[in-house]
Design a protein around this ligand. Structure first.
Ligand code: ADP
Ligand code: MG
Length: 296
């Protein structure tokens, strides 16, 4: 979840409480004008060149230690790219740079061909269409699955104006569509806190999907899942491929194998740079990769 979404989410939660208490109320939050102004200023990303994400020579130092060292990476529109690599390779730091949480010392980062990510705030980066899933699920445990998705919808500034009104038919359709995608349609009224770990992860992915992100960043999404949940997560990501670009960081090679379907490229990070790129079978046989990662 992005800080923006979290912030909007907590506002929504408060709105819920107030609505429940008064069972009336129709206060305009003022989000409408702010929202439209912001969208106009940021503009739409330009994907006509087929590139969703373009990182070039990104370097990040923490007290002189280079977490990222001239990292370059290109992800195409609709592509599902898996990133593997040992702990400390810089995978999470890379996501921090894309989402504006960490500012690189040098290098460039573009979303589409026109949006310079290094000039945008974290909130604006989420707004232009980059969604991030952290390892730990952060759903609202006390709300139902449906309400969680409703909250995520309200985090979109364009619809915040309707915060206190009923959902439109279109919005209901959208929630139903996402519920189907994340395999939780039959759990819609269930309290989120009662879901399994895997289901909570799917719900959080669903909350990201409500924002219709162009690019999804998923950091170790199947950590702690059962084998069956892991398999279903792979199916979910494969169903998103094409409609979204996905960058998936994961250690589970079986999962990566399922995602890459024997034909997609994986990227191996090591010491802040790309060590190898190619089919999973190729990088698994790459001597350098075996030495620093797989062979351990
Ligand atoms: P990965 O996700 O591939 O395991 P990380 O990106 O989390 O790796 O970390 C890369 C390196 O940068 C590690 O050595 C880590 O200790 C270091 N690092 C990450 N974030 C910070 C930070 N905020 N301050 C200092 N060092 C950090
Ligand atoms: Mg990490």
């Amino acid at each position: 979840m992005t800080p923006d979404l979290m912030e909007a989410g907590s506002q929504r939660l408060q709105a819920y409480a107030e609505k429940k208490a008064s069972n009336a109320g129709s206060t305009e939050s003022g989000g409408r004008s702010a929202g439209y102004g912001r969208i106009a200023r940021l503009g739409e990303p330009d994907f006509t060149h087929g590139v969703a994400l373009y990182l070039d020579a990104i370097t990040v130092s923490f007290d002189g230690f280079r977490a990222l060292n001239a990292l370059s990476l290109t992800v195409n529109v609709g592509e599902l790219r898996c990133i593997i690599g040992p702990n400390g390779a810089g995978k999470t730091t890379m996501m921090d740079c894309i989402t504006g949480k960490t500012r690189p010392d040098t290098g460039t980062a573009h979303f589409g061909s026109t949006i310079d990510l290094l000039r945008l705030s974290e909130a604006d980066i989420a707004q232009v269409g980059i969604g991030r899933k952290f390892q730990k699920p952060t759903v609202y445990e006390e709300l139902s699955v449906f309400e969680n998705l409703e909250l995520a919808l309200a985090a979109d500034r364009r619809v915040r104006a309707s915060l206190f009104s009923r959902l439109s038919g279109e919005q209901l359709d959208r929630i139903a569509q996402v519920l189907t995608t994340i395999h939780l349609l039959d759990q819609a009224q269930r309290t989120a806190g009662l879901l399994s770990h895997g289901q909570k992860q799917w719900l959080e992915i669903g909350m990201l999907l409500m924002q219709e992100p162009k690019l999804l960043l998923l950091d170790e999404p199947v950590a702690g899942m059962t084998d069956e949940e892991t398999e279903r997560t792979a199916e979910l990501f494969l169903s998103l491929e094409g409609k979204h670009s996905l960058v998936v960081v994961e250690h589970d090679m079986k999962f990566v194998d399922q995602l890459t379907e024997g034909r997609k490229k994986v990227t191996v990070l090591h010491e802040g740079s790309v060590l190898a790129e190619g089919l999973l079978a190729e990088v698994q046989n790459n001597e350098k990769v075996v030495e620093v990662y797989l062979g351990r």
